[in-house]
Design a protein around this ligand. Structure first.
Ligand SMILES: NC(=O)c1ccc[n+]([C@@H]2O[C@H](COP(=O)([O-])OP(=O)(O)OC[C@H]3O[C@@H](n4cnc5c(N)ncnc54)[C@H](O)[C@@H]3O)[C@@H](O)[C@H]2O)c1
Length: 273
């Protein structure tokens, strides 16, 4: 088992009220970091912070506004005196057909997923630059940026924008020794159960087609975040890392793998007998 030591470090985690964000908060706290956990969901955030009275502070804020992003990053410095790592996990993922998509929902997706990631990156980087000892920023994307997925026009394109933004940000922040990378998960089991019936049926048919035939766990995503936050990744910046059990490269083979084309001998080129 890999263990990390983040003693003496301060991390921000957005989207901390549930799912992957909550798991990252727990992992950082267990590895000795002090954590500023942020989300717009106050009740969920309270549940995340409850087991960590001393090491985790909560800020209820909206990352999509300059005030919200400023409040989150400012609170890290105010409570803990420094900022070393910023994990921008918060996102929204509504789905709708292109023909039914509402402009208000489209704008919300871009406000949270793109503007929120930009604002958090900018606010965190300004603090890290002022401190003068580098830092780590980890942004979030999705495997859906690389394939057409019905209903995902707003979400998929907003996550693709994060990948593009993060490449530019990594280059601009490299002179300050701030390393910035993007984590691109595949299907991760984060949704509260029971699932709505349509969603359960869709997942029920999709999961067997995944190369590992199972969704990933929040811990499996968090492990990548911890590696990207640690000294083990000191020469890594500007990268997009997938943690998707292979779903970005193909589907699980169904049945025996055979060559159906029996007309020729592939070595001699002659017709088969
Ligand atoms: N779960 C998956 O299958 C999956 C797949 C691909 C990518 N991802 C990405 O991984 C990350 C985590 O996914 P998850 O499933 O744990 O997400 P989730 O939906 O369970 O949690 C997202 C959190 O972000 C918070 N949030 C949303 N808008 C906010 C705002 N404006 N300000 C502050 N907080 C806000 C929500 O309240 C919620 O607690 C996301 O960036 C997502 O895009 C997830």
């Amino acid at each position: 088992m890999v263990t990390y030591d983040f003693k003496g470090q301060v991390a921000i985690v957005t989207g901390a009220a549930r799912g992957v964000g909550r798991t990252i908060v727990n992992g950082f706290a267990a590895a000795g970091a002090r954590v500023l956990a942020a989300d717009r969901d106050e009740a969920g955030l309270r549940d995340t912070c409850r087991p960590h009275e001393k090491s985790v502070r909560a800020v209820v804020a909206d990352i999509s506004s300059p005030q919200g992003a400023g409040a989150i990053t400012g609170a890290a410095v105010e409570h803990f005196g420094q900022l070393d790592i910023c994990v921008n996990d918060a996102a929204v993922a509504p789905h709708a057909s292109l023909l039914d998509e509402r402009v208000e929902v489209w704008d919300k997706v871009y406000a949270v997923n793109c503007r929120g990631t930009f604002l958090m990156t900018q606010c965190a980087a300004r603090i890290m630059i002022k401190q003068g000892r580098g830092g780590r920023i980890i942004n979030f994307s999705s495997g859906v940026t690389r394939r057409g997925s019905p209903g995902a026009a707003a979400y998929a394109s907003s996550r693709a924008a994060v990948e593009s933004f993060s490449r530019v940000a990594a280059i601009e922040l490299a002179p300050y020794n701030i390393l910035l990378n993007t984590v691109s998960p595949g299907l991760i089991d984060t949704q509260p159960k029971p699932l709505p019936s349509g969603m359960a049926a869709r997942l029920g048919s999709r999961i067997p087609t995944l190369p590992l035939a199972r969704p990933g766990t929040p811990e499996e995503v968090a492990n990548l975040v911890f590696w990207l936050s640690s000294s083990a990744s000191s020469y890594v910046t500007g990268a997009v890392y997938t943690v998707d059990g292979g779903s970005g490269v193909g589907t699980r083979p169904s049945g025996q793998i055979v060559d159906d084309d029996v007309r020729y001998d592939w070595v001699t080129g002659k017709a088969s007998q």
